[in-house]
Design a binder for this molecule. Structure first.
Ligand code: ADP
Length: 258
């Protein structure tokens, strides 16, 4: 189900799709006197979808923000393809990491056409090259020919796909998604999730997806990392976590699935 061919992996450059590995090594995060992450060792492999699963407050978003470079960890290292992005002595700013971000609030600009929304982040390209790249990203999410429309003309699911196109357009080496489906009603969610999964597979992107929903993690993740109170409880495939939970907490998380 993963990539059938080996691909070169590397930092992103616009127009070239590279899937990277992303590794957290002993990552701690402390806010005031509170330890929010306590020594996280975790890797997302090239072309894989890693789901960060856990209850609210377990540290999922903080881990994603550290990966993006929006936040800096208090200890430990973050590596992209073996290259240090953040450590005690190194801090590569977000715009130089080649990671794409998609948050639950899609935050499309209402006054811009879809094409402009998608092209917005494509800095470093001429405007005609950015338009071409944006049009091709819209095509990838099944919205070709809709570039001149405005966000309000779209359904929630379509807006979500525009946000996905915008995140994928710069060909990020890793796509970071924070609860990407939480704004959708349950009827739509299934379809959009399946679509998104297919788009991620076709783009062969490495992705880290934050969710508090075990079923979603089972459906989307090649691997799942289960977190609680800033600690990694268990990592494995959905099947492994479902069949062999390491403790009652893990068992409880999956107990409502069948
Ligand atoms: P999750 O995404 O799993 O819900 P978060 O990473 O958002 O968890 O939060 C983990 C913990 O860190 C929570 O207790 C939250 O209140 C705390 N936290 C997050 N960001 C900050 C911050 N900037 N300052 C203080 N505490 C924070």
């Amino acid at each position: 189900k993963q990539n059938d061919q080996p691909r070169p992996a590397g930092r992103t450059s616009v127009g070239v799709s590279f899937a990277a590995s992303l590794t957290f090594e002993g990552v701690h995060q402390r806010f005031g006197s509170k330890d929010v992450l306590c020594g996280i060792d975790l890797s997302a492999e090239p072309g894989q979808i890693l789901c960060l699963l856990g209850p609210s407050g377990s540290g999922k978003t903080t881990l994603l923000r550290i990966a993006a470079g929006i936040e800096r960890q208090s200890r430990g290292r973050l590596l992209l393809n073996g290259e240090v992005m953040a450590s005690e002595s190194v801090f590569v700013p977000p715009e130089h990491r080649g990671v794409g971000l998609m948050f639950q609030d899609y935050a499309l600009f209402p006054h811009m056409t879809l094409l402009k929304n998608v092209a917005f982040g494509l800095t470093g390209l001429s405007s005609s090259a950015a338009r071409t790249a944006a049009a091709s990203a819209l095509e990838r999410v099944g919205l070709s020919g809709r570039g001149d429309q405005y966000p309000h003309m779209l359904s929630g699911g379509e807006q979500q796909r525009v946000a996905l196109a915008r995140a994928l357009a710069p060909r990020p080496s890793v796509l970071l998604m924070d609860e990407p489906f939480s704004g959708l009603d349950s009827r739509l969610k299934d379809t959009i999730r399946t679509d998104t999964l297919q788009i991620l597979r076709e783009s062969r992107a490495t992705a880290i997806v934050v969710t508090h929903d075990a079923e979603e993690a089972m459906r989307m993740g090649d691997r799942i990392a289960l977190l609680r109170d800033g600690r990694l409880i268990q990592t494995g495939t959905g099947r492994e976590l479902y069949r062999d939970p390491v403790n009652l907490f893990a068992a409880g998380f999956f107990s409502e699935l069948n």
